[in-house]
Design a protein around this ligand. Structure first.
Ligand code: PRP
Length: 196
């Protein structure tokens, strides 16, 4: 799905404390909620009668996971992992360290991995490889924002919220230097903010 324009509501007003940093609202709060409910309905249909476990990586997935869980109308469990990256060099690119592992075993369970955004795909590729070694009954991916033009590895995405252009986006969980996560919409950050 692309980022079709839709009316902005009062909730999409850019708050004064970030007004100088944001160039535009890319996806309104209402549009996010509508799409999340469509995804929740599709997931509920596809996983009916199965032991569904939704897994997310902290922290960007926070709001998407919370809203998606509430849009799912079948029994579902949730678990989280946290990672840190080694660095941007060629040798370590895509290699992550798990700083918090899952609480629950996933063997024999139907795992839906939920991500806020996929750029290169390295992070997701690494995590999926790890999860496959734990022998889930199935392993699929649900991502809110996809930047396919930046993709460097092949990934199979079962559920996609929005395809977006290669712009620096924040809000609805996504950050720049840990800020902007609490904006209720997806916004484009002005280049001078992250170039400085
Ligand atoms: C984001 C996102 C993915 C990763 C995608 O995490 O949650 O994990 O970047 O990038 P890739 O496809 O190029 O590997 P981020 O580093 O922003 O951490 P956060 O979830 O704590 O915000």
């Amino acid at each position: 799905m692309t980022t079709a324009t839709c009316p902005l509501t009062p909730e999409d007003q850019i708050p004064p404390y970030v007004a100088d940093d944001i160039s535009e609202v890319l996806i309104s709060s209402a549009r996010i909620q509508k799409r999340v409910h469509e995804l929740g309905a599709a997931i509920s249909r596809d996983y009916a009668g199965k032991d569904l476990l939704m897994v997310g990586v902290l922290r960007g997935v926070l709001f998407f996971m919370a809203d998606l869980l509430r849009a799912v109308t079948i029994p579902v469990s949730v678990d989280f992992m946290a990672i840190s990256r080694y660095g941007p060099s060629e040798r370590t690119r895509g290699v992550v360290r798990f700083v918090k592992d899952l609480e629950e075993p996933i063997e024999g369970r139907h795992v839906l991995f939920v991500e806020d955004i996929i750029d290169t795909g390295f992070t997701l590729g690494y995590i999926l490889k790890n999860l496959r070694t734990r022998h889930p009954a199935s392993l699929q991916v649900c991502v809110l924002l996809d930047k396919p033009r930046l993709r460097l590895i092949d990934l199979d995405i079962a559920y996609q919220g929005f395809e977006i252009p290669d712009r620096f986006v924040v809000g609805y969980g996504l950050d720049y230097r840990q800020r902007y996560r609490n904006l209720p919409f997806i916004a484009v950050l002005k280049p001078e903010v992250y170039a400085s």
